[in-house]
Design a protein around this ligand. Sequence first.
Ligand code: AMP
Length: 251
Amino acid sequence: MRVLVALKRVIDSNARVRVKPDKSGVDLKSVKMGMNPFCEIAVEEAVKLKEAGTASEVVAVSIGPKAAADSLRTALAMGADRAVHVLEDGEVQPLAVAKLLAAVAARESPGLVLLGKQSIDSDCNQTGQGLAGLLGWPQATFASSVEVSADKQTARVTREVDGGLETLELRLPAVVTADLRLNTPRYATLPNIMKAKKKKLDTLAPGDLGVDVAPRLRTLQVEEPAARKAGAILSSVDELVDRLKNEAKVI
Ligand code: AMP
């Protein structure tokens, strides 16, 4: 069974995000970038399926500019077998990403497609759902555990939902999106980074997959969140009660 794993290159979660002076978006110049953390979890799960003998091949795919190939090399160093880079410099919104991934899935015929539950830059949480819809495949989002049956016909997926945990059984092929507690991604070791340089990385254009990536949504304005007011350290409970009553007027 082949596993396709989709990953996005995003601003590093520790980087300070700055809005461009013209408020047209976020300044990406000289900002540290890396693989989206939920995608790292998806890659780790794919590699674990390979190590367990469940998956025969792990194919990593990313859509983005030239530098997205660096994140694909990281996935190869983590243990993916080969990679597909859909090279696109412009903005690619979740619907277009889902269409491109559906086209890659049509070529690769995976038994399972793994994605992150969410990109931490756009926080869309749409791509996996859109992909399952386009393919007409079952989906399980926010997965905290994935078990593929011995005959590889089904997968049992535990999902983190508001009220607790929900366990679903999916017919394969299916789409699964990874939540935080699914696993702890490994670090790519130096020898594996070196080995990854020799693994196959194919580059395609959206046109090769017959997909129009023109954005359907227009960003009108991006703003910094309002600065928080400074807090105050109070000397007694009486003072706190007084302030809550007479200043904040909440009691
Ligand atoms: P989103 O719907 O943007 O929150 O993204 C959810 C997941 O879809 C991500 O964690 C990735 O697995 C996948 N995804 C989103 N954008 C891309 C992209 N440009 N290339 C590959 N995978 C992507």
